[in-house]
Design a protein around this ligand. Structure first.
Ligand code: GLY
Length: 587
């Protein structure tokens, strides 16, 4: 399989890197940066944040933003709105919103109290083995970890959202599920992006009869923009959770439907795996950057660790003087990114199973030592870089939302089923898609996974283990107060996407909408190239090439839904125009 990152976005192989191919890719794939028809983002308005005083919601789907905003207006808090949005996205955005996957949430109370992370990442089933994605000769069989029932980890979303609501919400689970059940049962009019996604993934999804029945019309065609799409089986599955709590998913009828699905197709998830699934409360990674406190997701995500590590490296460079997206700025960012991704490959994994040298990786001293290896004038070849001594490409189809309530409480949540529509396999009779998160493990330590990221021994498959992630829900505090709530989909580009929004706000003084919309770059050590979005000037590219960088035009990166709280307490919402259904709404 071609390892080029663009493949993940197009779902089509992108052969080679010839100039002609690149030009075609650039033309075709830069289109997602344009708002789709019907998304009335007018020229000149695009970079203005939505402002409000009492509450703000930024999600990747207007319907989810609407129901979450209603919760805030009715007196609910940020967590009530977040859990409501999480379930609503599972109905309205089946390519990434989910109950069949998992994710991470950060909660930062408005009173300055401790920031908490909730880890509801999927786990490997008890029958999983280190070599389950290799053939008898020890070669990786890529499709096995992506498009079979063995690709699914034990889902964590239902337990995670329920735990978050119980710890910090005021609504009952039944109340938080009500809008999602209504949207599934009564249906909703699908936007362009819904139709486009199902048309693009048709071949992969229609292999599975339950997926065909659930997401396509009787004649096999996709629901067209404006048509009403209903999901009666999903409505019943959600109703069982409303009636019985998490047992309505992890035990009883839904659990049995999942296990029946597994047994018909040699999958591994058992009733015990489901019953034993537990979300975890974790300490977020905490670092600082130019007088801001950075909180982000700890392992089993690599996100927070490497955001803080890269910020520590960059803190010693005058990024603001270099200028936003100048050649000097991009060069220093790319060099720092390479070093962090080399460490990711070596050290990161589930801390319940392996030692991760976390304190070293996020220490200022280690950041300083790495900074000294950066040459301001020359790109360092990736082949010269190995993990330092501090002591997987994934799919871009994940989804993030950020919410702040009138008390200043903030929720930053990223969850996923991995690829667009996950494994593509719908649980027959239950109406939801299963993740293919097992592909985020290293199928064979040392070899690149589906999208070119190298995975290490620390991330090998083990029963009950959580696979390494890049998801990086992030909250920044300034003077002890919640200041910026952000996070993104984008596979391994999540880390660099989130990083650049932080830099755009803190170093380049952008308003939140400009920070979100500005063109982004990405380097992940291997492949040794800087991916750039539309909008980086040809002059800058030439200067980067003069320094020895390979620069490759790529598709839009991430969809970072963000909220900034200014000194007066005004909330500024920045929805990412890279997703045509994104919306920030406040009141
Ligand atoms: N599957 C995407 C991630 O967890 O980073």
């Amino acid at each position: 399989m071609d390892r080029h990152p663009l493949q993940a976005c197009t779902e089509k192989p992108v052969p080679g890197h010839s100039l002609a191919t690149r030009l075609l890719i650039a033309l075709a794939l830069l289109l997602p940066l344009q708002p789709a028809a019907g998304d009335a983002i007018l020229e000149g308005e695009r970079h203005h944040p939505v402002k409000a005083k009492n509450g703000m919601v930024a999600t990747s789907h207007t319907l989810a933003s609407e129901v979450a905003l209603e919760v805030l207006k009715d007196g609910g808090n940020a967590m009530d709105a977040a859990v409501t949005a999480g379930f609503a996205l599972a109905v309205t955005q089946p390519r990434s919103g989910n109950i069949g996957g998992g994710g991470f949430m950060l909660y930062a109370p408005g009173n300055g109290g401790a920031v908490e992370a909730i880890d509801y990442r999927e786990t490997a089933p008890a029958a999983a083995t280190e070599t389950m994605f290799q053939d008898e000769d020890g070669n990786v069989v890529p499709d096995r970890s992506r498009f079979t029932h063995k690709a699914a980890g034990v889902p964590g979303t239902v337990a995670g959202l329920a735990m978050a609501l119980e710890r910090h919400g005021t609504l009952s689970l039944e109340e938080a599920l009500a809008p999602a059940i209504r949207l599934a049962r009564d249906g909703f009019n699908v936007p362009d992006r819904f139709t486009e996604g199902l048309e693009q993934a048709r071949e992969r999804l229609q292999r599975w009869p339950a997926t065909l029945d659930t997401f396509y019309k009787e004649d096999g065609s996709a629901w067209q923009p404006g048509e009403r799409f209903r999901q009666p089986e999903l409505a019943k599955t959600l109703q069982r959770i409303a009636d019985e709590g998490i047992d309505g998913f992890y035990e009883g009828k839904t659990a049995q439907l999942i296990v029946d699905e597994m047994e018909r197709h040699n999958g591994l998830i058992t009733l015990d795996d489901l019953k034993n699934y537990r979300p975890q409360v974790r300490q977020p990674v905490h670092g600082s950057y130019r007088d801001h406190d950075i909180y982000s997701m700890s392992p089993p995500s690599s996100g927070g660790t490497h955001i803080v590590q890269i910020l520590n490296i960059l803190e010693g460079f005058p990024l603001s003087d270099f200028g936003h997206n100048s050649a000097a700025g991009i060069h220093h960012m790319a060099e720092a990114m390479k070093l962090a991704y080399a460490d990711r490959a070596e050290y990161l994994g589930d801390t319940d199973f392996v030692e991760v040298p976390l304190d070293g990786l996020i220490s200022k001293a280690y950041g300083e030592s790495l900074r000294k290896t950066i040459d301001p004038d020359r790109a360092r070849p990736a082949s010269d870089i190995r993990a330092g001594d501090p002591g997987a490409w994934e799919s871009p189809e994940t989804t993030h939302f950020s919410i702040v309530d009138r008390w200043g409480n903030a929720v930053s949540n990223t969850y996923t089923i991995n690829f667009s529509y996950g494994s593509g396999i719908t649980v027959t009779g239950a109406g939801f898609l299963l993740n293919n998160e097992m592909d985020d493990f290293s199928a064979k330590p040392g070899e690149p996974n589906a999208y070119g990221l190298i995975g290490g021994e620390a991330n090998k498959v083990e029963p009950g283990k959580r696979m390494l992630s890049s998801m990086s829900p992030t909250i920044v505090r300034r003077d002890g107060k919640n200041f910026l709530v952000t996070g993104s989909p984008g596979g391994s580009r999540i880390i660099t996407t989130t990083l650049q929004v932080l830099l755009n706000v803190i170093d380049h003084d952008m308003n939140i909408q400009s920070a979100v919309s500005a063109p982004r770059i990405h380097h992940q050590w291997l492949p040794d190239e800087i991916l750039i979005e539309q909008g980086i000037s040809p002059d800058t590219v030439r200067l980067l090439e003069d320094k020895g960088h390979e620069v490759v035009p790529g598709s839009a990166m991430g969809a970072i839904q963000s909220i900034l709280i200014d000194n007066e307490g005004t909330l500024h919402g920045g929805a990412d125009p890279r997703r045509s259904t994104s919306s920030a709404m406040g009141y």
